[in-house]
Design a protein around this ligand. Sequence first.
Ligand code: UD1
Ligand code: MG
Length: 484
Amino acid sequence: MKPNNDLAIVILAAGKGTRLKSSLAKVLHPAGGRSLVEQVLRSCAPLKARKTIVVVGHQADRVTAVAEPLGAQSVLQHPQNGTGHAMLVARRALGNAKFAIVLPGDAPLIRTTTLQALLAAHHSANASATILTAVLADPSGYGRILRKSGSTVAAIVEESQLRDDQREINEINSSIYCFTLQKLWPALAQVKPNNKHREIYLTDAVAAMAAQGETVLAQIAADSREVLGCNTRADLAAVDRIFREAKREALMSEGVSIQLPETVLIDPEVTAGEDTLLEPGVQLLGTTKIGARCVIRTGSVLADAVLGDDVTVEAHSVVAQSRLDSDVIIGPFARLRGGTHLKSGARIGNFVEVKNSTVGEGTKAMHLTYLGDAKIGSKTNIGAGTITCNYDGFHKHPTTIGNRVFIGSDSILVAPVRVGDNAYVAAGSTITENVPPEALGIARGRQVNKPKWAAKKRRELAAAEKSRKPSKKPRKNSRAKKRR
Ligand code: UD1
Ligand code: MG
């Protein structure tokens, strides 16, 4: 799309969001894997407006920190005296723009194409204001549209100011508008804070324009779900559900199978290849990228993970900031933490934790193991219960294990330490010195067997028990009871 030099975008994002009962400003709450204000900014970006203004107030710094990297300029509204007041505060920053699309920061489902259609309708009717409206089965909580005739609007009546005969109106104000700015400012100047919150409502400027005979249009959104605002936690959940459903459908249309899709949560940037299967209760978060023909079994959570093709993640595994090359199998109950790289064909089994480590081709660590800051070659076997002691209370130290090494079960590798290619470590060893290539490292107490020791011990114990037993006289019942 061409840059639109007459157009500015204004996103109203200064409010606290009292109805959320939260210490976090409303527009910073997430839905569909991104903050509300980020979702709105992303929908506006393709319009290529000359300027995008975000009106900030509550937690202004934090909202600005989200908005600025996305190309917006923030303007501070303090105190927050209503949506109309927010526009007045933004006025100077709008510069020479002739038109503005105004959006609330709490309606994140709006799509670019809908905004383009709104702008086109505004221009083709040469309107002063065009309001995006929606017809809802349950319009409660929203301002209602009072139509003048056909396509034009007389006023917007806020929920709190509805007369009884207006409650039935189910066409609502989305709070998304297109304004011709030279018509908006004089109308806004007339608006008084005539409501119980003593705020200047942008909705009242619409009525003022209509009263002056300006053309105020209403354009009904094709999909009413796009205008849903998030005023409550229930609204957030409803909107999140819609985003998630759309993401799952997008992946399914690209050839990914999802079982019980409504139980699977996928962030917006996640990708997955053809014939990959996601079982129920899977979460794919952040920048996770999954290849073709992978299987992610039930209950697994992958965040910022990169998987090659034909990878299997067995049930209830947790993977963060890790790379799994093709044909890797992990889990069930595996945990991969940041900086892990499993090379092709590696296997990480149940109750194995791996952090900041490289595991070579075909290497296996199948049971009850911790590998931290380790570099492990190919075709090596890490026995059950192996632990790299990478931390001395002050610093982290590396463990280096070569190719075709056999680490016996229950071994402790005290880092920094190296085990050379083709070496063996005997089960139960505590390795504190390097093991050279081809060597056997064994570091444990030597076993001593004492012949007949057990039988002798049993005889002694039995004799001691006999001499402690009281005489045959039966115990009084009452005393026995008391003891219990
Ligand atoms: C608003 C509309 C209502 C519409 C609904 C759609 C008004 C008076 N009402 O009601 O007609 O049906 O949106 O969702 O406009 N904000 C500021 N500064 C302020 C006050 C609010 O920036 O001083 C921002 C908020 O952060 C929010 C947006 O404006 O992102 C809308 O405010 P909100 O309090 O959610 O208005 P609603 O009651 O939803
Ligand atoms: Mg709202």
